[in-house]
Write a protein that binds this ligand. Structure first.
Ligand SMILES: Cc1cc2nc3c(=O)[nH]c(=O)nc-3n(C[C@H](O)[C@H](O)[C@H](O)COP(=O)(O)O)c2cc1C
Length: 184
């Protein structure tokens, strides 16, 4: 039997996106954002409040988006519960930033997969970014040069239980598994 569930909207799975920016002095910052998605072929959208990150974006319209991993779950949560307005979070967490070669935004050694983005729009509803590059550690690539998410150990945000979950095994073939029914 199905039941109407009251309360906040639950949408799943939500990603755990780490938004990297520089302030006007070149100090790197990271924030955690779960309400984001790919919104077009080369574009992403993130629902954004007001943060140190948005202070930084107003001065320098470039950012990186890294995908949080099981190995970085403690630090990734920390980047969502503390503000760079008060603390140098990167130093405190012991993370390491290098400047992207394409944009004025930091790439963090600790995250294996990172998108390089330029702000395309930014208003009360959120932030849209044009993705101009993607930087990946070769240790998470398979023999065909594709990202192996099993090696990344990607996590998602479970807003129903306020937990982080491992994105796990492959269970089907996209654009293929359905042919089992289509071809009947
Ligand atoms: C799991 C999780 C998801 C979050 N998702 C978002 C989000 O999508 N949008 C947002 O504006 N803030 C989000 N936050 C809150 C920010 O990460 C938080 O306010 C952070 O301190 C901002 O950092 P900053 O001030 O250094 O930029 C999230 C926090 C957590 C822990």
């Amino acid at each position: 039997m199905k039941k109407e569930l009251e309360g906040n909207l639950i949408f799943a799975p939500l990603p755990v996106l780490m938004i990297g920016t520089y302030d006007e002095n070149g100090v790197p910052n990271l924030m955690n954002a779960a309400w984001g998605t790919q919104s077009d072929y080369n574009e992403i959208y993130i629902s954004m409040g007001t943060h140190k990150t948005t202070d930084n974006l107003a001065k320098n319209p470039c950012f990186t988006v890294a995908f949080a991993t099981k190995d970085t779950v403690v630090e990734s949560d920390y980047f969502g519960i503390e503000t760079g307005r008060k603390v140098n979070k990167i130093e405190k967490a012991g993370f390491h930033a290098v400047r992207s070669e394409k944009i004025n935004a930091p790439i963090f050694e600790e995250y294996p997969v990172t998108l390089e983005c330029k702000v395309s729009a930014f208003d009360d509803h959120g932030l849209w970014g044009e993705v101009v590059g993607m930087v990946v550690d070769d240790r998470v690539l398979n023999e065909d040069g594709k990202i192996d998410w099993d090696k990344v150990r990607l996590i998602s945000f479970d807003s129903s239980l306020n937990k982080y979950r491992l994105v796990s095994e492959i269970v089907g073939e996209a654009f293929k598994s359905g042919f089992e029914i289509k071809n009947k």
